[in-house]
Design a protein around this ligand. Structure first.
Ligand code: AMP
Ligand code: FE
Ligand code: FE
Ligand code: ZN
Length: 280
């Protein structure tokens, strides 16, 4: 869906340099302020490292910050992404589990580099670490190193030829099950939201996740078409779920055509999420 002419008040799905986004939390907030976006959700993969800096910048530039995370979970061999909002960062189980997930990312990165070496592509751990400015390493960082060395022209090609699930250097990593992910978020008093269900194609499983503690569904997303939006609006109504939305902004070079604020919701949805979190 092209979003060139739309701008939402609040974009609740954004990545920063804490994981695989290209902008630092401060840069992201500055971009939001420049565009006139009033609220953003910081939803990095397996880390909350970006929260503090985003909140400081947000306070300075009048951009409301919703504290979030994205967990890529496993459901019978398929990947299902769960967003969490407003977790209690002092929860020991939550921070311990995130650490385990990030360690697994590092281990997998080394294994991917070995596979690339078998394909006569030499990229060092240090080089990937340089692209991964934050504490959560991901395949896009390896993709950036592939681009730098001229093996591919952009990150997308890096996924197509080497890093994607069907590509020769792909290595899976340890993941929580979707239910475990939801429980982890709820244990830390956060609000668990199903990310971009249109990408997963597992609508029939939604009732199971609602039973596990799911409280929201990401209806508006850069990879949803209008038919998806209407379907998930209906499902949200049926199961009394919060309706959320966001672009999944990573930065132009990582996800071209996914502009900040191009998908999202009204600002009052942030308050709805905060209210639900209060009672969790
Ligand atoms: P990882 O977290 O290491 O498993 O890598 C998954 C991340 O890679 C996703 O969060 C996306 O940001 C990014 N990604 C996945 N597929 C592609 C693609 N085809 N092109 C660019 N980035 C991608
Ligand atoms: Fe990502
Ligand atoms: Fe996702
Ligand atoms: Zn995301």
């Amino acid at each position: 869906m092209d979003s060139a002419f739309r701008l939402y008040e609040a974009d609740l799905h954004c990545h920063t340099t804490a994981s695989d986004g290209l902008l630092s939390p401060t840069e992201l907030v500055l971009l939001a302020a420049k565009l006139g976006i009033k609220g953003i959700g910081i939803t990095d993969h397996d880390t909350i490292q970006g929260w503090e800096e985003a909140e400081e910048a947000g306070a300075k530039h009048q951009v409301q910050i919703l504290k979030g995370i994205e967990l890529n979970t496993n459901w019978n061999g398929k990947e299902v992404h769960i967003l969490g909002y407003e977790m209690d960062s002092s929860s020991g189980i939550f921070s311990e589990k995130l650490k385990v997930l990030r360690k697994a990312r590092e281990k997998r990165m080394v294994e991917i580099l070995k596979r690339l070496q078998d394909l006569e592509i030499n990229i060092s751990v240090d080089e990937v670490q340089e692209f991964a400015k934050g504490e959560s390493i991901g395949r896009p960082h390896i993709g950036q190193a592939l681009v730098k060395h001229g093996y591919v022209k952009d990150i997308r090609e890096g996924f197509e030829r080497y890093l994607g699930t069907e590509a020769p250097a792909y290595v899976p990593r340890y993941k929580l099950t979707s239910e475990e992910g939801i429980h982890l978020i709820r244990e830390a008093h956060g609000v668990a939201v199903l990310a971009h269900p249109g990408v997963h194609g597992l609508d029939e499983e939604i009732p199971v996740w609602v039973k596990a503690g799911l409280q929201g569904i990401e209806v508006f997303h850069s990879q949803h078409n209008p038919v998806d939006e209407l379907r998930y609006l209906e499902i949200a109504q049926e199961y009394h779920l919060l309706t959320t939305g966001g672009s999944d902004f990573h930065g132009e070079a990582c996800k071209p055509n996914v502009n900040l604020g191009g998908w999202g919701v009204s600002l009052k949805v942030i308050q709805q999420i905060l209210d639900v979190a209060q009672h969790n």
